[in-house]
Design a binder for this molecule. Structure first.
Ligand code: MN
Length: 337
């Protein structure tokens, strides 16, 4: 089988590898499509200290079941599935409490262990989910990014009618926007890329603001009647935006962060205290695939406008290079097999 390995920063090579075999409780999946995530771009450029090379990236995966190992009997050959990339041990305190994404040895497929930029991948059966029969591969590959949004949604404790500020209209920001609208929130989305703001409008944002050319603070005051945002989502991952979020949040507001930037943000304690703010982390997803698959099945979210380009497997290195040459041009880029 073919496998695309990141062998050095900015260098993916395609190898011919032996096909893996599913062990006890595992399923062998023939990958049909995979997304390229912002985190993959960081890893590709050698920016993630927790990733060792060589590594097969790819955690936004859909495919067909090829075979199952002993004790795994939920799927048959040819079943169309997606894979939750959160790898958890199942026995530590966090896992026993139900927080797979906070497992003491948590890993993500395609990040700290090999992922799915290869023809076949073996995964635990409990991480495999059946796809709705009518859902095409390309759209289904967006289930994982929406699972990030589903996690943010639950972490944010958003209520109907809440005013939500989403900082960033990249793929994840646009998934979060859609999840927030589903929950009945009103959403202001900001970004500095005009084409992304147009997508945000198309996908239901009540207000969009170009943070470079417009006045976000003024727009937020108008949007919230001077009160501030009940929920601020920092969907870009830069410390300065977390600092600014404290000013955007309403009294009693929640700020959700999901970036992996290791640089410290300067957060005045007094601001957190005075407004009784909650700063909430949101990591990958915790068993959100069933919920997201239901969103897709019922057509409650719209993944299609998020797909910017598709590359055949052999051109995977070109895909990464093209995105990095002009990052603002792309939302989700898919690899097809
Ligand atoms: Mn992702």
């Amino acid at each position: 089988m073919r496998s695309a390995k990141l062998v050095a920063p900015r260098q993916i090579e395609i190898f011919e590898d032996r096909m893996p075999l599913p062990g006890e409780g595992e399923v062998l999946v023939r990958v049909k499509a995979a997304g390229i995530c912002g985190s993959d771009l960081h890893i590709y450029q050698g920016e993630r200290a927790d990733v060792t090379l060589p590594r097969i990236l790819g955690h936004e995966l859909v495919g067909e079941v090829e075979s199952s190992g002993g004790g795994a009997n939920r799927f048959s050959k040819g079943d169309r599935v997606t894979i939750d990339p959160v790898v958890s041990c199942g026995s530590c305190v966090s896992c026993k409490r139900g927080y797979d994404n906070l497992c003491s040895t948590v890993k993500c497929l395609g990040v700290q262990v090999d992922g799915g930029y290869c023809d076949f991948i073996v995964v635990p059966e409990e991480k495999v989910y059946a796809l709705p029969s009518s859902l095409p591969w390309e759209k289904a590959a967006l289930i994982e990014p929406f699972s990030i949004a589903a996690e943010v949604l639950s972490r944010s404790e958003v209520r109907e009618g809440d005013k939500v500020l989403v900082l960033g209209a990249g793929t994840i920001g646009l998934c979060i926007l859609q999840a927030m609208k589903l929950a009945g929130a009103e959403v202001l989305t900001s970004d500095f890329v005009e084409s992304r703001l147009e997508k945000a409008k198309e996908l239901g944002a009540d207000v969009v603001v170009n943070s470079k050319t417009g006045d976000l603070s003024a727009a937020l005051r108008e949007f919230t009647g001077e009160f501030g945002a009940d929920v601020v989502i920092e969907a870009v991952g830069i410390p300065r935006l977390l600092e600014e979020s404290l000013g955007y949040a309403a009294p009693g507001g929640r700020i959700v962060v999901l970036g992996f930037n290791p640089e410290p943000a300067k957060i005045p304690e007094v601001l957190v205290v005075k407004k009784e703010l909650k700063i909430i982390g949101s990591r990958m997803n915790c068993r959100k695939f069933p919920q997201v698959i239901e969103w897709f099945e019922k057509g409650l979210v719209n993944p299609e406008p998020l797909i910017s380009a598709k590359y055949p497997f052999e051109k995977i290195n070109d895909a990464f290079k093209d995105i990095l040459r002009d990052p603002q041009k792309y939302l989700k880029v898919l690899i097809t097999y």
